[in-house]
Design a binder for this molecule. Structure first.
Ligand code: SF4
Length: 327
């Protein structure tokens, strides 16, 4: 680990100014990913600006939206009464992430900013276009069991690691940010990005923009939701494939549905076409199988991860069955 400076700020204005003044400074909150990245030499900031004292921890209703401050802890949000009552899918996804100790440290904003767990990215002896653009992608022809099946590029096939974000993309959340040019609101679908030619960029934030919170619009997904995460062990493991499913049923008919998939792409993967297919159909295993076939359109594997081409549709069918009460 390198030597680095450390300071604390207590206002949003000071946090934004501190980063604008220093091109090699980074904010730190829970540090559950950043400290690992620093220990491995993947990230080498000269200065850390501690933002834990900023007033961004509130969870509250604002009109017809649920607001969650960027510094609210993962465990606090997962256990919050309002979240559990109004957005249970988010609570389930948070509980599936990491371990209780990490959820007690990690913030909502940090969860969104966490970087891929591709092992080549963390090994500074290996080529990795995300860590060092232009060096190549070690995973493309290497060991790629955990890697993406959707939206890949020849530059990077990494997956986004968060569980929480899979629920948030399904729930049509928005990300609130502030920066040197003022405030901005980014739809969750447009927050993370596909790798393309610039895999070093995980999201659409500009330098110096700070996440202040998220907003989730009210919805009717309280009764039929499920977050199904398939992983190598039952705790403290990243998803091989995960599905966030929320269904609005009238009798046996699907009125509306939201679907997000994790462990399959460089960003939380929203299945809009599959949702449209399901609307108005009878909730049954046969319908869910057809939907899963549609969901896999355009997917392809890279060798070791070919099993995801079967695992992903099976996980989707199972998640829909559980959410719809048909398991
Ligand atoms: Fe790096 Fe992406 Fe390739 Fe992994 S998949 S080695 S993160 S470029």
């Amino acid at each position: 680990m390198i030597n680095f400076g450390y300071s604390r700020v207590s206002t949003i204005k000071a946090a934004v100014e501190a980063l604008s003044k220093d091109s090699n400074a980074q904010w730190i909150a829970g540090g559950t990913n950043l400290v690992d990245l620093m220990k491995k030499g993947v990230t080498t900031p000269e200065k850390l600006i501690d933002i834990n004292n900023l007033p961004l921890k509130e969870i509250k209703k604002t009109g017809n939206k649920l607001y969650i401050g960027a510094l609210a802890l993962n465990s606090e949000v997962a256990e919050n009464e309002l979240v559990r009552k109004e957005q249970p899918l988010l609570s389930l996804a948070l509980q599936a992430g990491a371990s209780q100790q990490i959820r007690n440290m990690a913030t909502i904003g940090g969860n969104m900013m966490q970087r891929t767990r591709c092992s080549y990215f963390y090994n500074t002896d290996m080529p990795c276009n995300k860590r060092e653009p232009g060096t190549g992608c070690g995973a493309l022809k290497g060991f790629n069991r955990m890697h993406a099946i959707f939206g890949t590029s020849e530059k990077c096939i990494a997956v986004h690691p968060s569980d929480m974000c899979i629920a948030l993309v399904a729930l049509d959340a928005a990300v609130l940010v502030t920066g040197p040019k003022g405030d901005r609101r980014i739809s969750f679908q447009n927050f993370h990005r596909l790798p393309g030619d610039t895999p070093q960029k995980d999201n659409t934030l500009e330098r110096g923009e700070l996440i202040t919170g998220i907003e989730i619009p009210d919805n009717s997904y309280q009764d039929h939701v499920h977050y199904l995460k398939v992983r190598d062990r039952t705790s403290y493991a990243f998803a091989l494939v995960s599905v966030a499913a929320a269904v609005n049923l009238q009798g046996d008919t699907i009125q509306d549905v939201r679907l997000g998939m994790g462990g399959v792409a460089h960003k939380p993967w929203r299945l809009t076409e599959t949702e449209n297919f399901l609307k108005g159909k009878k909730a049954s295993e046969a319908t869910f199988r057809q939907a899963a076939e549609l969901a896999l359109k355009g997917a392809h594997g890279f060798g070791h991860n070919n099993f995801k081409l079967k695992l992903a549709p099976n996980t989707l069918v199972e998640a829909l069955k559980i959410a719809a009460g048909k398991a």
